[in-house]
Ligand binder design. Structure first.
Ligand SMILES: [Zn+2]
Length: 417
């Protein structure tokens, strides 16, 4: 009877409740539950001690001393029937508060979780208030290889109770919410999976930046308002590239993924939802997984974009020249050294990017508009101006005179692949 023998050695030294005694042998007799396991050991030990006493192996006092270490209500009744004097001692691991602790923390966790919409949850414990350390002391003193950590059983028991209270299923693989208990601090902290929504935005005015920055308004701020009914603590915009602050995004708009952090709601109908505040327009298409954040930021060079530029030519422009420009830039490869205006934040190197086509229309004697379809990553303002020879060929070098971009809009961006 090794198991009962070991349990007897433990109980001679440490007062324990049924749960904490059972947890020391948890991996034996699977399915019993620690409480039942502990009760079985306790009852076996009572009988064994009674035999030892009756056969004169121990004194009544010795038996009473050991039995006082069982922190169980059943012992009071037994003491009376066996005519023993017991001084019940509190469980060394949980202080005799196991059920109370499970109930108290399950209530705390459920209260916190109630505010959130979720399916699968998980309960964790960052600090079990000393229970883990006290149990570890016993396990190593007696070398008990079949023990289950008290942290594990506490998380499980609280999880089961939360399930009952909220009627929600735990999810051990990929929970939407993890409730982390800190018994020392008396706090529950929630780790909440963000929600990701794919959509496209249009910026119909200039001087709006993409992310919150030094400009008075940003696409990101507009996005926060557009998605405020998710009750998230933060909304992050992951754009498929970004336009300059003075560039509008029109046409079909720019693809993006909105990351809503710590959302209270996560199942709002989103498909086809639109939002427009006079400056920024959003169309939300669907929920996506986290990997879309990377996908949307994929290599600029793999994207294709269409721009609308208004080009100013101080020396004047003729229809004939525009025809020539269209022909010249059909499937043209442009070699572009990092523009001077972005050198402070980009490495100085030469990139080759393709222009697929240009469609130009004269507006007046000194300006024309150009629709330009190009590979992502080509700086269009410099494609027009030539940037002092750093972009070659350019509209300027082809025309043999100064040309500059008076305004620029993005009108189409390819879907992320
Ligand atoms: Zn206990």
């Amino acid at each position: 009877m090794r198991v009962v023998g070991d349990a007897l050695e433990v109980i001679k030294r440490y007062p324990l409740c049924d749960h904490c005694l059972g947890s020391l042998f948890a991996r034996l007799g699977r399915g019993l539950g620690n409480e039942a396991r502990g009760a079985a050991l306790r009852r076996s030990i009572i009988m064994e001690l009674d035999r030892m006493f009756k056969e004169g192996e121990i004194s009544k006092e010795e038996m009473e001393k050991i039995l006082s270490n069982f922190d169980s209500d059943e012992m009071d009744e037994l003491a009376e029937k066996m005519n023993l004097k017991l001084e019940r001692r509190r469980c060394y691991v949980c202080g005799g508060r196991w059920e109370e602790l499970v109930e108290e923390w399950a209530r705390k966790v459920a209260e916190k979780l109630k505010e959130y919409e979720f399916d699968g949850f998980l309960v964790g414990c960052s600090d079990c208030g000393g229970m883990v350390e006290r149990q570890r002391e016993i396990i190593s003193a007696f070398r008990l290889p079949y023990a289950e950590t008290v942290k594990n059983s506490f998380k499980r028991e609280v999880g089961k109770r939360v399930k009952e209270i909220l009627g929600k299923e735990p999810d051990f693989e990929d929970p939407e919410i993890v409730a982390i208990m800190d018994l020392r601090e008396g706090k529950v902290e929630l780790q909440i999976k963000p929600v990701f929504v794919y959509g496209r935005y249009k910026k119909v005015v200039r001087n709006v930046s993409q992310s919150k920055w030094k400009y008075p308004y940003s696409v990101e701020e507009a996005l926060e308002r557009a998605l405020k009914d998710f009750g998230g603590e933060e909304v992050i915009l992951h754009g498929s590239g970004r336009e300059d602050v003075d560039v509008r995004a029109l046409g079909t708009g720019r693809p993006f993924v909105a990351e809503i952090r710590r959302p209270k709601r996560r199942r709002l109908p989103i498909e086809g939802r639109e939002y427009f505040d006079g400056k920024v327009y959003f169309k939300f298409e669907r929920y996506v997984s986290r990997d879309w954040v990377e996908r949307i930021k994929t290599d600029e060079a793999k994207k294709e974009k269409v721009y609308l530029a208004i080009v100013y030519v101080p020396e004047g422009i003729e229809d004939e020249e525009l025809k020539g420009l269209e022909e010249f830039f059909k499937d043209a490869v442009v070699s572009q050294r990092t523009p001077r205006r972005v050198l402070h934040r980009r490495a100085d190197l030469v990139r080759e990017r393709k222009v697929f086509w240009v469609k130009a229309r004269r507006l007046n004697s000194k300006s024309f508009e150009a629709l330009i379809k190009a590979q992502g990553g080509l700086y269009i303002k410099e494609l027009v101006s030539g940037d002092g020879g750093r972009t070659e060929p350019s509209f300027s070098s082809f025309l043999g005179k100064e040309a500059r971009c008076a305004s620029l809009d993005v009108v189409w961006i390819s879907e992320p692949s």
